[in-house]
Design a protein around this ligand. Structure first.
Ligand SMILES: Nc1ncnc2c1ncn2[C@@H]1O[C@H](COP(=O)(O)OP(=O)(O)OP(=O)(O)O)[C@@H](O)[C@H]1O
Length: 305
C-alpha cells in the first residue's frame, strides 16, 4: 500500500520587504506510514506550519514533491480532499455562525450528515454550546470546534497544527485523549507542536525541525535511548555527609550546589538502593533524559519552545 504521506526535498522561501529572504522550509523530506501518529516538533518559526500547509496542499512549495495517499495534492481533487481532515485556524470560522451551523457547513462540504456533525460536537465536549456563535466561544472551545470540523468527514488522514496551543492543562489533556482516540480508530495523524511532552506522550515518531530543516526522525523512546544519557539523581541538602557523597559517587559524576547533591549515574538502581538504606530519600528527585535533551543533542541548541 502507498504511504500516507511521502514528501521529498520541499523548499519554500518567503520574500518580504522588511524581513528579506526567509528560508522557511529548506530541503524537507519524510514519510508517514498509514495509521501512524507522526509529530513535527520544533520551536516557533522552525517552519512547521509552512511544511504542513504545503503537505496539506494549501500552499505551493518552490520545489519538491508531495504525495498524499499515493496522489499529488495538485491539482486539487475533491476525491482526495474528502479523505483529508485539515484543522484550520479558528480565525477562519464564520463568526456569525453558531458552532452547530459551522460544523454542519463543513459536514455538507464533506458529504457527512447532520447527525455526524452533532456527534462530533459531542465528542469534543461542545454539545452544550451548539447554539453559541463562534465569536462568543472561548479560545479553547474554538480550538476544539476546529478539530471537530476536521474530523466530521471521517478522514483517513488528519492534520492538526498546534491544536493544544493556548489551552489550559486540563483542556490540553482532554484533547490528548481525543487525539489518541482518533489514532486508535486507525486514522493517520500528523501533528505539529512545540510542546515536548505532547510529542512524547502522543507520537509514534517525531521529526525534530529547526530553522527550516528536519534534523532527525525517530520514536520518542528511540531518540532517548540513542542519547545514552545518565540518570540524574538530586538529593536534598542535609541528607548526606560529604564523605558519604564521595563514597556513593564512586566513579560517577556529582556536583554540589547549596548543599544539594546531584549525581549522574548509569546505574540508578544501585544508587537509589543505597540512598534508601541511608534514609536519604526526603526531597529526592530522579530525572531521566527527555526530548528536551534530545533537541539539544540534535540541534546543538537549548530548547526555547
Ligand atoms: N506568509 C509569510 N510571509 C513571510 N514570512 C513568513 C510567512 N509565514 C511564515 N513566515 C516565516 O517563515 C518562518 C517559518 O514560519 P512557520 O510559521 O512555518 O514556522 P512554525 O514552526 O510553524 O512557527 P510557529 O510555531 O510560530 O507557527 C518564520 O521565520 C516565519 O516568520
Amino acid at each position: 500500500m502507498d504511504a500516507a504521506i511521502e514528501v521529498a526535498d520541499l523548499r519554500k522561501t518567503y520574500r518580504g520587504r522588511r524581513t528579506g529572504e526567509v528560508r522557511a522550509v529548506d530541503g524537507v523530506s519524510f514519510r508517514v506510514e498509514r495509521g501512524e501518529f507522526f509529530g513535527i516538533l520544533g520551536p516557533n518559526g522552525a517552519g512547521k506550519t509552512t511544511t504542513l500547509e504545503i503537505v496539506e496542499g494549501l500552499r505551493r512549495p518552490d520545489s519538491g514533491t508531495v504525495r498524499l495517499l499515493g496522489r499529488s495534492p495538485w491539482p486539487h481533487s475533491p476525491e482526495l480532499t474528502r479523505r483529508l481532515g485539515v484543522q484550520l485556524q479558528a480565525s477562519s470560522f464564520f463568526e456569525f455562525l453558531t458552532a452547530r451551523e459551522q460544523i454542519e457547513t463543513f459536514a455538507a462540504l464533506y458529504g457527512a450528515t447532520k447527525a455526524r456533525a452533532a456527534e462530533m460536537l459531542d465528542l469534543v465536549g461542545l454539545a452544550e454550546h451548539a447554539n453559541v456563535r463562534c465569536e462568543k466561544l472561548s479560545g479553547g472551545q474554538q480550538q476544539r470546534l476546529s478539530i471537530a470540523c476536521a474530523l466530521v468527514g471521517d478522514p483517513e488522514l488528519v492534520f492538526l497544527d498546534e491544536p493544544t496551543a493556548a489551552l489550559d492543562p486540563q483542556a490540553r489533556r482532554n484533547l490528548w485523549d481525543l487525539m489518541r482516540g482518533i489514532s486508535a480508530a486507525g486514522r493517520t495523524v500528523v501533528l505539529t507542536t512545540h510542546y515536548m511532552e505532547e510529542a512524547e506522550a502522543l507520537c509514534d515518531r517525531v521529526a525534530i525541525m529547526d530553522a527550516g530543516r528536519i534534523k532527525a526522525v525517530d520514536s520518542p523512546a528511540g531518540f532517548i535511548r540513542s542519547l545514552d544519557a545518565p540518570t540524574r539523581v538530586t538529593v536534598a541538602a542535609g541528607q548526606l555527609a560529604d564523605e558519604r557523597v564521595k563514597e556513593l559517587a564512586a566513579d560517577e559524576a556529582f556536583a554540589v550546589d547549596d548543599g544539594t547533591v546531584v549525581f549522574e549515574t548509569r546505574d540508578p538502581r544501585r544508587l537509589l538502593t543505597a540512598l534508601a538504606v541511608d534514609g536519604a530519600m526526603d526531597g529526592l528527585a530522579v530525572r531521566t533524559a527527555n526530548l528536551e535533551d534530545v533537541f539539544l543533542h540534535v540541534t546543538g541548541r537549548e530548547w526555547r519552545g
